[in-house]
Design a protein around this ligand. Structure first.
Ligand code: SF4
Length: 202
């Protein structure tokens, strides 16, 4: 009888948020995804608070983007999973645009600068890739809405180079998970100051 080898990584599904953690520090991925050590409560509280604001915003602003973007309809809180790319996650909104394309919207409970953060663009792009694979429609742009204090929405072009970069980041995360070896520290020492894992990261 032929015994089939199962690739352990074929069963791993990572989220765009976990890719953001990797971009913060590759070692973060090791603690979180390999050793399975959870982040502390304070961060979870901030995330939950952001989620509540986010839900209020969604309730109160159903027409929020509709006026600005030529769309036909939208879906909210859509679960997406693409096993062949080892990626899954819940996207805040999928817009059905008038030109037949789809576009993801990601709401962020954080302050923005004059631009959208690269990490947020990569996260958005992964949602875009999952939407393309799931719906079989083109995704050429997406939107990041920063909703803390005031509100600001950025339109982001999801071009081939950003998509390639986003998938490369997923591969990097998968590599750390498969090797189970502690990667190098981030070169940005300032990130260690508030890091959940600073006491165990030698
Ligand atoms: S303490 Fe610094 S090097 Fe260690 S996981 Fe945190 S950010 Fe990375």
């Amino acid at each position: 009888m032929e015994i089939k080898q199962i690739d352990p990584l074929s069963q791993v599904m990572i989220t765009p948020s976990e890719v953001i953690e990797y971009l913060f520090c590759p070692r973060f991925t090791y603690f979180l995804n390999v050793l399975k050590i959870k982040q502390y409560e304070e961060k979870r509280y901030k995330v939950q608070k952001g989620r509540r604001v986010h839900e209020d915003r969604l309730r109160n602003n159903k027409q929020y983007l509709r006026k600005k973007i030529p769309m036909i309809s939208k879906e909210q809180n859509v679960y997406l999973a693409v096993p062949e790319l080892n990626v899954r996650g819940i996207v805040d909104e999928i817009l059905w645009l008038k030109n037949g394309n789809l576009a993801p919207v990601d709401y962020k409970y954080s302050l923005y600068k004059k631009f959208a953060f690269v990490t947020h663009k990569i996260q958005l792009c992964l949602y875009g890739i999952m939407i393309e694979k799931t719906y079989g429609k083109k995704v050429e742009r997406g939107y990041i809405a920063y909703i803390r204090d005031s509100s600001k929405t950025f339109e982001i072009e999801l071009d081939a180079s950003l998509k390639q970069k986003a998938l490369l980041m997923v591969n990097n995360v998968l590599e750390i998970i498969s090797k189970e070896k502690m990667p190098k520290k981030t070169s940005e020492k300032a990130r260690c100051v508030d890091c959940t894992y600073k006491n165990m990261c030698v």
